[in-house]
Design a protein around this ligand. Structure first.
Ligand SMILES: O=C(O)c1ccccc1NCC(=O)[C@H](O)[C@H](O)COP(=O)(O)O
Length: 203
């Protein structure tokens, strides 16, 4: 296990209280889902929530099937600093987002082709379950070698109970959670958010 404190992202937030709890417990990044989802918020809602996030904590707009012009338009309206790109992407997408001034998290499925794990100059790689935001866990040790040397987040099926083990098994730089801090689909539980960040940061 690395002696560095893991980077922690809490994703799919839609209330001011949830954002404040995540920040107070030391989350490094807050994610707003700007794609079709039970967690979807509008760019305007995301902008209001992002305004509550102190400098030094990353604000991330999450996208799935949207093309780059749509990503850039919505992320600009949401006034976030980062975009998280799921779905079929190219190195050009990463470059366009970075050229527009955003930091980039590029999400790859844990069962993606090995070439998809290459360095496309994203700021962080995120290795996720096959279906993003599904709460499905997977064999977090399986990509340890493939991702070695990268700055990357493990995601998919994480909970306050398994995040420490997932960080140890994967040797990831940090962890990302959504379903595992919800009391029902799309509804976050502030106590679970607090437990998750505390557990991951203590790891
Ligand atoms: O959250 C969604 O519904 C979603 C939809 C489409 C693309 C991405 C989406 N979420 C991404 C995330 O919340 C995280 O990166 C991660 O997949 C969380 O997974 P989990 O903790 O298993 O919900």
């Amino acid at each position: 296990m690395s002696d560095r404190v893991p980077f922690v992202k809490v994703c799919g937030l839609s209330t001011a209280n949830d954002v404040q709890v995540a920040v107070q417990h030391g989350a490094d990044a807050i994610g707003f889902v700007l794609t079709t989802s039970a967690r979807e918020v509008s760019p305007q809602q995301a902008a209001q929530l992002a305004a509550l996030v102190p400098e030094g904590v990353a604000t991330v707009a999450v996208f799935h099937t949207e093309d780059l012009p749509t990503v850039l338009e919505r992320a600009s309206a949401a006034k976030v600093g980062w975009v998280q790109l799921h779905g079929k992407r190219t190195a050009d997408d990463v470059k366009l987002a970075k050229d527009a001034g955003f930091k980039v998290i590029r999400a790859v499925r844990r069962d993606a082709n090995p070439e998809d794990f290459a360095d496309w100059c994203e700021d962080l790689l995120l290795i996720d379950a096959s279906v993003p935001g599904s709460g499905k866990s997977w064999d977090y040790a399986a990509v340890r070698e493939l991702a070695a040397g990268r700055q990357w987040l493990v995601a998919g099926g994480l909970t306050p109970q398994n995040v420490v083990e997932a960080l140890e098994l994967s040797a990831a730089t940090g962890a990302d959670v959504s379903s595992g801090v919800e009391c029902s689909r799309g509804v976050k539980d502030p106590a679970l958010i607090a437990q998750f960040v505390d557990a991951a940061k203590g790891a």
